[in-house]
Design a protein around this ligand. Structure first.
Ligand code: SF4
Length: 414
């Protein structure tokens, strides 16, 4: 297996020993070898090994939780006892990697991005996990824990990962052109995606190769004047686009997603709150207490206030991290095809800064500060791949409408 590794650029990490509690919240899966190695370590006060590791039926094991605190069984007052007594390298691969979100793909490539839900990401000083850890070795360990990731281009086209990566190299070429306005790059990427989605392009996609990136770069160069003109002439968002944008924004806020939760009254109540936000009257904070207390009518944002350099950097690290790692498609991303996933990511390029704008508005700031952007990307990151909301039929319908050229250009230039 070859291992082309795509580490996240930018942000550094330092654990804050926060209340979020990654050790309590996530299921930690270990291989049989890891279980045996940790069981041999001397860690006083623990129950027998068979109570620390619970078989999950696939030859793998889940680390048990402390029945009183709900924390990981190896947690000792906010400190990992394995690390404290035996060093970082003794911890399971899954724990050494956190807060990196690592995927290993069917073609042997390894991709990683940060989990922005961890408050230790994006701090002033810290370490780059990717540079300090042996990712290929961990990826091999992870490969034993789950099936490799694969992606299809669209619902009707499965040309294989190599062709998808060739197309994606072209999209990245467009999106990384720092000398072209970001809105123009987003619009250009959508136009290229639309062009390639046409049935008559299937053969071209199947045969996609390294020339795709150069062609995409040439297209942007030649079309950037026309694109700027089209954006300048874009209409204001119509009523449908406004409503769908607010609905999609609600999806971003429904991180505890009760849309398929157990209590029917809660589901109806939250659906009603969403309707009120979509029609402009409900407050975002009614749907999610971590969201700013601004009404749905605030969206789409008419004019963004300036952002500080720090806020811009957080945004770049967050959004480009997903783009570069291709962490927007595949089974871990709502089973989105490449095409659907990229549309989802393009909409998030408008949604997430809009949320940061709302945080700045709700605290009366004249510019978007780092803390506003951090709060926005933490909310966005949690739901980006995790919320079942984005798997709903209605949600996919909104995505389709919002990523039509006219609707998208109206959102970019409002
Ligand atoms: S979520 Fe992040 S900051 Fe909080 S305990 Fe876990 S690693 Fe540390």
């Amino acid at each position: 297996m070859k291992h082309a590794f795509h580490p996240p650029a930018g942000a550094v990490f330092r654990c804050q020993r926060c209340q979020y509690g990654c050790c309590a919240r996530f299921k930690i899966t270990v291989t049989c070898e890891e279980k045996d190695a940790i069981s041999r370590l001397k860690i006083p006060g623990l129950p027998p090994a068979e109570q620390c590791f619970l078989p999950d039926g696939n030859g793998l094991f889940t680390v048990a939780k402390n029945s009183k605190t709900g924390d990981c069984i190896f947690s000792g007052g906010g400190l990992c006892l394995i690390q404290k007594l035996h060093g970082f390298q003794a911890k399971p691969a899954a724990c050494q990697l956190f807060p990196l979100h690592v995927r290993h793909w069917l073609d042997g490539e390894i991709s990683a991005e940060y989990r922005w839900i961890c408050p230790g990401v994006g701090v002033e000083e810290g370490k780059r996990i990717a540079e300090e850890t042996n990712l290929p070795a961990y990826a091999r360990a992870l490969a034993k824990l789950r099936n490799p990731e694969k992606a299809v281009f669209s619902r009707t086209l499965d040309p294989g990962l190599s062709a998808i990566r060739a197309v994606h190299a072209g999209i990245m070429k467009i999106m990384h052109r720092q000398d072209v306005p970001f809105a123009s790059r987003l619009y250009c990427a959508l136009r290229v995606l639309d062009f390639h989605a046409a049935p008559e392009m299937h053969e071209v996609i199947r045969e996609a190769n390294q020339h795709f990136a150069a062609d995409a770069g040439d297209f942007l160069e030649k079309a950037k004047g026309v694109i700027a003109q089209e954006l300048a002439e874009a209409p204001a968002p119509d009523a449908l686009t406004r409503t769908n944008f607010r609905n999609y924004l609600c999806g971003l806020l429904r991180n505890d997603d009760p849309c398929d939760g157990p209590r029917i009254f809660d589901r109806i109540s939250r659906a009603w709150t969403q309707v009120r936000i979509a029609t402009g009257t409900g407050l975002l904070s009614e749907l999610n207490p971590a969201a700013p207390a601004v009404p749905g009518a605030f969206f789409p944002v008419r004019q963004f206030r300036p952002g500080t350099q720090e806020a811009e950097k957080i945004w770049q690290d967050f959004w480009f991290g997903k783009l570069d790692a291709m962490h927007f498609c595949g089974q871990q991303s709502h089973h989105f095809s490449y095409e659907e996933g990229l549309r989802h990511l393009l909409i998030f390029a408008v949604l997430t800064p809009s949320l940061a704008e709302a945080f700045a508005e709700s605290s009366g700031k004249t510019e978007i500060e780092k803390s506003d952007m951090l709060q926005a990307v933490r909310l966005a990151d949690f739901t980006f791949s995790a919320s079942p909301f984005f798997r709903l039929k209605s949600s996919r319908k909104w995505l389709k409408q919002l990523s039509q050229l006219q609707a998208f250009s109206s959102l970019l230039t409002f």
